[in-house]
Design a binder for this molecule. Structure first.
Ligand code: HEM
Length: 324
């Protein structure tokens, strides 16, 4: 008898918890102190799991930074990129621009550590935002205060919107400006954020058109083109964005653009058209602090993009699946 009354009350409790975690709006202001009372160690936990993951696998740092960008661009910064496919809904992960994303395991490790310390409190979207800030710092770049309090969407975007929502490596300047402006990010934000391509790598399939001369729009240093063509050999050919300091978050990206050594067409298009755009690239190439400042500011701005109005949101207990 006793056990039959315990079971339903457990179920009722679990349901209550899920209802408490779920919401329908996500318009609340974000704030750096959001978890001050509910999870005071959140920043320390994220930093320590990131530090040990990156020490074991340095490539996780650029991977996590890229995850944040791909999360925020599709339906806002809502961790929708982490959702696995189900028989009823496809996953953003499987759509081509996302197929080369990695770093999911680090986010899962951070989330598990947080669930242990403060269960059902910190959203996966906030985990990505904090982890990408720490990734940049671990790569020797700037740090900043991350506004928190994001919620996780219960649904992923459909494949068509995912594909359309992300910039392509073949985009020209005008296309990039339009793409970023949809998220209220201006040309300066876009130019600073693109500086993330001072770290990490790209697969040949994303830059072959540029280095073999099929994307003819942008100039290329011939010796750079030749070296990059060599990196294209083999089925999994890939190259570092910045050959000299591939794992240092510095302003070398902009010096590379001036030298016509941008790896993607969408990188090189940021320089050479003249005007204010060229002035920005030249400024960042000589003033690393101005780049660091603008990059940090633009990361906060990108991180403020909310999920669409009316999207049901919650604090996911496991980042790859909605709560029920
Ligand atoms: C401007 C439009 C952008 C385009 C078209 C673009 C495209 C790409 C492509 C094609 C790759 C190579 C993926 C692969 O082959 O594995 C890549 C890598 C990367 N992107 Fe972007 N990206 C853009 C902006 C950004 C922004 C705004 C950020 C972050 C703030 C970012 C962060 C990264 C990082 C860190 C990598 C290296 C990932 C790794 O090594 O695992 N990108 N991007």
């Amino acid at each position: 008898m006793a056990s039959s009354s315990v079971v339903p009350s457990c179920v009722a409790l679990a349901l209550l918890l899920l209802v408490a975690l779920a919401a329908t709006a996500n318009g609340d202001e974000l704030s750096a102190g959001y978890y001050e009372k509910t999870c005071p160690n959140v920043q320390r936990v994220v930093r320590s799991v990131m530090a040990s993951s990156v020490a074991a696998q340095p490539r996780m740092a650029p991977a996590v930074l890229r995850l944040f960008f791909h999360d925020c661009f599709i339906n806002g910064c809502d961790a929708s990129v982490l959702l696995e496919a189900t028989p009823f809904s496809p996953s953003e992960k499987d759509v081509e621009p996302n197929a080369s994303l990695t770093g999911y395991t680090v986010i899962d490790d951070i989330k598990s550590a947080l669930e242990h310390d403060c269960p059902a409190t910190v959203s996966c979207a906030d985990v990505i935002a904090l982890a990408s800030r720490d990734a940049v710092a671990l790569l020797g770049g700037p740090t900043w205060s991350v506004p928190l309090g994001r919620k996780d969407s219960r649904f992923a975007a459909d494949p068509e919107s995912t594909k359309k929502g992300l910039p392509s490596p073949h985009d020209n300047l005008g296309e990039l400006v339009t793409m970023f402006s949809r998220l209220n990010l201006d040309a300066r934000d876009m130019t600073a954020l693109s500086g993330a391509h001072t770290v990490g790598m790209a697969n040949c399939l994303h830059y072959s058109d540029r280095v073999y001369g099929t994307d003819r729009d942008e100039e290329i240093d011939p010796s750079f083109a030749q070296t990059m063509q060599q990196m294209c050999q083999g089925p999994s050919g890939k190259a570092s964005f910045d050959v000299q300091t591939p794992m240092r978050f510095d302003n070398a990206y902009y010096r590379n653009l001036i030298a016509r050594r941008g790896l993607l067409t969408s990188d090189q298009t940021l320089y050479g058209g003249g005007g204010l755009q060229d002035n920005l690239v030249e400024m960042y190439s000589t003033d690393g602090e101005a780049f660091a400042r603008d990059f940090a500011k633009a990361m906060v701005k990108m991180g403020n993009v909310p999920p669409p109005k009316g999207m049901p949101v919650e604090v996911r207990l496991k980042c790859s699946v909605p709560n029920y």
